[in-house]
Design a protein around this ligand. Structure first.
Ligand code: NAD
Length: 260
């Protein structure tokens, strides 16, 4: 078991990629915290893990609220005694041409992706330092941490920003054994992507099938979606890697869509 008794907080773990990471960490012996603004769904995931013999708890956390993030991390430390792994994964997608992008939507996107990553990092790092064991922080980036697509100015800006945060946290955390890395998935069929398909079809004036084939998967080597399991495997690699040799990195898992 690669994560035996490690306390692993996964934000946005009530659905999609975060949920699969939580299930994977639990199978590897982690004490998993399902942190999500959707508390009933988070509780359902925690119940599923506990029923299967794993260890999990759910906490209500809107990652844009400093108060909620701090309260949830305090609840985790009280229950499990510390924090070893943070996966900052919660995210949403909003698409518009830049000149039509409502400023409120722009701010919401940056708040969830960037404020959320910052606030959860800020709340967890003191516990990683205090334990004397360090820890691992994983940011859920995207191929959009490396390149752009039309209609996604806020998402691309936020996902690029995570790489800067990751590199800085890696440098500040090095002497404490705190590592930070970014996972950059291609398109994964989750509710986040299912919502985008009709929106992009309408915005680009093409069919939903063409959005999948000619936009989302066009540049992959095989026309395939990346899966939640693919991303969870990479999240396990980063979480279980116990030296500073692997820090400050961003790893693309995208069926070759991007090879930077
Ligand atoms: P999803 O919609 O399936 O799950 C997102 C989860 O985040 C939900 O449970 C939701 O309740 C939660 N959430 C949203 N806002 C929150 C907030 N303010 N505070 C706490 N929780 C919040 O989406 P997903 O596809 O699994 O996406 C997870 C992450 O992966 C996101 O950061 C996304 O940008 C990234 N990503 C997704 C894809 C993809 O193709 N699906 C590709 C690359 C990167």
């Amino acid at each position: 078991m690669k994560l035996k008794d490690k306390v692993c907080i996964v934000t946005g773990a009530a659905s999609g990629i975060g949920k699969e990471i939580a299930l994977t960490y639990a199978r590897e012996g982690g004490k998993v915290v399902i942190a999500d603004m959707n508390k009933p769904a988070a509780q359902a995931t925690a119940d599923e893990i506990n029923a299967g013999g794993g260890t999990a708890m759910a906490v209500a956390m809107d990652v844009t609220s400093e108060e909620q993030v701090n309260a949830a991390v305090a609840e985790v430390v009280a229950a499990y005694g510390g924090v070893d792994v943070l996966v900052s994964n919660a995210g949403i997608q909003i698409v518009h041409p830049v000149e039509e992008f409502p400023f409120a939507d722009w701010k919401k996107m940056l708040a969830i992706h960037l404020d959320g990553a910052f606030l959860t990092t800020k709340a967890c790092v003191p516990h990683m330092k205090a334990s004397g064991k360090g820890g691992t922080i994983i940011y859920m980036g995207s191929v959009h941490s490396k390149e752009a697509s039309v209609l996604k100015s806020a998402y691309v800006t936020a996902k690029h920003g995570l790489i800067g945060l990751c590199k800085t946290v890696s440098k500040e955390g090095g002497k404490f054994g705190i590592r930070a890395n970014v996972i950059c998935p291609g398109f994964v069929r989750t509710p986040l992507v299912d919502k985008q398909i009709p929106e992009q079809a309408a915005a680009l004036g093409i069919s939903e099938d063409d959005v999948i084939k000619k936009v989302m998967l066009k540049e992959t080597v095989d026309g395939e979606f990346t899966t939640v399991q693919d991303v969870a495997e990479v999240a396990l690699l980063f979480a279980g890697f116990n030296s500073n040799a692997l820090t400050g990195q961003s790893l693309i898992v995208s069926h070759g869509w991007n090879m930077q």
